[in-house]
Design a protein around this ligand. Structure first.
Ligand SMILES: [Zn+2]
Length: 297
C-alpha cells in the first residue's frame, strides 16, 4: 500500500493569505519550500487505482505535483478512481469543484455529510451537470479497487460544518478511515479530524503499520493566545496534541506503528521544525507529515 500525503495544513493553509501570526510570518519569509497546502491524502494498493481522502481547495496543484496521479501518455484517463470524505468541511470538499472535468469518480461520504452537500452546501446538484460522479454511502466495510483495498469508516464525532451548524441530522458527521491491503496485509489509519478518541479508534489501530492523525492544534487555547479570539481546540472539533487528554499521550508507547500528524493549523508551533514542540514529538518518535511525503507499507 502506498500513501501520498498531498497536503498537511488545516483550512487556510500555511501561510494563510490574510494572516501574519508568528507561524505565517515565518513561513512567508522562508518561502514556498516550507509552505503547507490544505490537508489531502492519496492512497492506493495498486498503481492504477488511487483514492483521495478529502478534496482540498488546493487539490489541482496537489495532483499536478504527484507523478503517480498523472494520466498515462496519450490518454484522458486518470488513475484517480474516487474520493473519500472524512466530513463536510469546506476545506475538505471545495476541491470537488476542481475535479469536475468529466471524470467518473466515486464519491464516498457519511450519510449526514451527503445530505448536507445536497441541501446546505449543494455541491451535489452543482456538480451533476458536469460529469458522472457517483455518490456512495460510507457504512461498514467498503471494498475498492476490485476488492484489493478494504476501507473501514470509524465514526469519530458529530461536529457539523459551520454552514450546517443548525442541522438536526443524526451523525456520524466525521469519520476516520482504516485502509487494509487485501493482498499484502498492510494497513493504515487516517484521522485528520478528531474531536474525541473513541474506543473504536483504539481497535482500528490494532495491527496497522502507520497512523496519520489530526495535528490541528498543539494546545487547547492556542487560537485565542495567537489570534486574540476563537474557541478552544475541542470546540472546533480537534483534540489538541499536547496537554492533559491530548493525542500525544495516546500515541506514546505504541511500538511498531509509525505515527505522524497532519492538518496543522498555522497557529500550531509544531509546524516549525526548529520548535521546542517538534523536539517533544521527536523524543516520542512521532513525526509531522510534510506535503508530498511518500509512505510505503
Ligand atoms: Zn497565521
Amino acid at each position: 500500500m502506498r500513501l501520498r500525503v498531498l497536503g498537511t495544513a488545516a483550512g487556510g493553509g500555511l501561510p494563510q493569505w490574510n494572516c501574519a501570526c508568528r507561524g505565517c510570518s515565518r513561513a512567508r519569509a522562508a518561502g514556498p519550500a516550507v509552505w503547507r497546502s490544505q490537508e489531502c491524502l492519496a492512497v492506493s494498493a495498486s498503481p492504477d487505482a488511487w483514492y483521495l481522502v478529502n478534496a482540498s481547495p488546493d487539490v489541482r496543484t496537489q495532483i499536478l505535483a504527484t507523478p503517480g496521479l498523472a494520466p498515462p501518455g496519450g490518454t484522458r484517463h486518470s488513475p484517480l478512481r474516487g474520493v473519500l470524505l472524512t466530513d463536510g468541511e469546506l476545506d475538505h470538499t471545495a476541491g470537488l469543484l476542481a475535479l469536475r472535468e468529466g471524470a467518473a469518480l466515486d464519491l464516498f461520504a457519511p450519510a449526514a455529510v451527503t445530505a448536507a452537500l445536497t441541501e446546505d452546501f449543494p455541491l451535489r446538484s452543482l456538480l451533476a451537470p458536469y460529469g458522472a460522479a457517483r455518490w456512495r454511502p460510507v457504512a461498514g466495510e467498503l471494498r475498492l479497487d476490485d476488492g484489493r483495498l478494504r476501507v473501514t469508516a470509524i465514526p469519530v464525532s458529530d461536529k457539523r460544518p459551520r454552514y450546517a451548524a443548525g442541522s438536526t441530522r443524526p451523525g456520524p458527521w466525521v469519520v476516520a478511515y482504516r485502509f487494509d491491503d487485501a493482498v499484502t496485509g498492510a494497513a493504515a489509519v487516517y484521522a485528520p479530524s478528531l474531536a474525541r478518541w473513541p474506543e473504536e479508534l483504539d481497535a482500528a489501530l490494532s495491527g496497522v503499520g502507520c497512523v496519520i492523525l489530526d495535528g490541528t492544534f498543539w494546545s487547547e487555547d492556542e487560537m485565542e493566545r495567537v489570534t486574540g479570539h476563537g474557541p478552544g481546540a475541542r470546540a472546533m472539533g480537534h483534540l489538541p496534541i499536547g496537554g492533559v487528554g491530548g493525542t500525544l499521550g495516546r500515541l506514546r508507547g505504541r511500538t511498531g506503528i509509525r505515527c505522524l500528524y497532519t492538518h496543522l493549523n498555522n497557529t500550531n508551533p509544531a509546524a516549525d521544525p526548529a520548535s521546542r514542540e517538534r523536539s517533544v514529538l521527536a523524543d516520542a518518535l512521532v513525526e509531522v507529515a510534510s506535503d508530498g511525503q511518500d509512505i510505503r507499507l
